[in-house]
Design a protein around this ligand. Structure first.
Ligand code: ADP
Ligand code: MG
Length: 289
């Protein structure tokens, strides 16, 4: 490999809005045949808005928003930001903890509050009453994300948030397919939401309900099957998978952890640049050979 050809590659990358970590970053990308795409913040805007609040019998909507909103104000998750923004709560939070891939917990105004997947609430024996179960199932079936709210030993509400697919995602994925790559959508979110998003952008393969720590295992499993894997992601929870992938691509709009773990950064967070990045690395390597 001549350093000159590699530098030409990185220079051209900068023009395209691709930041390349080091010339070696392109080394393994020639044979990439699979691209794993994180859903939230990569394929979707990652900017959710609160769409619906369903309260259990006898619960007060304002109180749900006050407690859940304050707790979510301490989290950087896109779901949390949507809830916090909509609630505008000024209640104080202590003992905040983020439970990776499940939700958040903390004490708000003396109440032990949980917001997250029903699985998280179930761990504290807070089971959804029938009306909340129904609201949760309906939201999921329509391809939206629903989270549960509970405090002091009881599930109280379902919050439904919606996240729009980026207008550029379908075009980007079509471009990746034209390069012979098989796209796979990877998310911690539920299967119905994942499938709705996948259908909207032209992805057939979905791996959903994956815990953050297990995202890296999905990449390893594909590699064990003989695939050469690119991964595109933006979150802290994508960092290990980005590092494991043969080609890790982070969104410039994403977290520092993702950017540090990746080989390439798509500066503007525009996935349409991903096919350019693959093409560039293939071309650069051809020049060197
Ligand atoms: P993704 O892979 O889509 O970025 P995560 O692994 O970050 O998803 O989260 C998985 C799921 O855990 C979310 O869909 C949500 O149900 C729940 N969750 C995680 N963090 C929070 C939070 N701060 N508030 C509410 N729910 C959360
Ligand atoms: Mg993400």
């Amino acid at each position: 490999a001549t350093p000159t050809a590699l530098l030409v590659g990185t220079g051209r990358g900068a023009q395209l809005g691709i930041l390349i970590k080091g010339p070696e970053a392109l080394e393994s990308t020639r044979a990439v045949d699979t691209i794993v795409l994180d859903k939230t913040g990569t394929v979707t805007e990652g900017r959710m808005t609160l769409a619906e609040v369903h309260t259990a019998e006898g619960e007060d909507r304002a109180e749900v928003l006050r407690l859940a909103g304050a707790l979510e104000g301490a989290s950087e998750h896109p779901i949390a930001q949507a809830v916090a923004r909509a609630a505008g709560s000024e209640a104080t939070v202590s003992d905040f903890a983020n439970i990776e891939g499940l939700g958040v917990q903390g004490v708000v105004d003396g109440h032990a509050v949980l917001v997250g997947r029903p699985r998280l609430l179930a761990e504290w024996s807070q089971h959804l009453p029938a009306e909340l179960e129904r609201a949760f199932t309906e939201a999921q079936a329509s391809g939206r994300t629903a989270v549960a709210v509970g405090w002091d030993g009881k599930a109280r509400a379902i919050l439904v948030v919606a996240d729009a697919v980026k207008p550029t995602s379908a075009e980007a994925i079509a471009g990746l397919r034209r390069l012979g790559l098989t796209p796979v959508l990877l998310t911690g979110d539920n299967e119905a939401v994942a499938k709705t998003v996948a259908a909207e952008v032209g992805i057939d393969e979905v791996i959903a309900e994956v815990l953050p720590a297990d995202k890296v295992d999905v990449v390893k499993r594909l590699q064990a099957e003989g695939k050469v894997v690119a991964m595109a992601g933006d979150g802290v929870n994508d960092a290990a998978a980005l590092a494991q992938a043969d080609l890790g691509m982070s969104m410039g709009t994403g977290t520092d952890a993702a950017i540090e773990a990746s080989d390439l950064t798509l500066v503007r967070g525009d996935l349409r640049v991903a096919p350019d990045a693959i093409r560039l690395s293939r071309r650069t390597l051809r020049t060197i050979k």
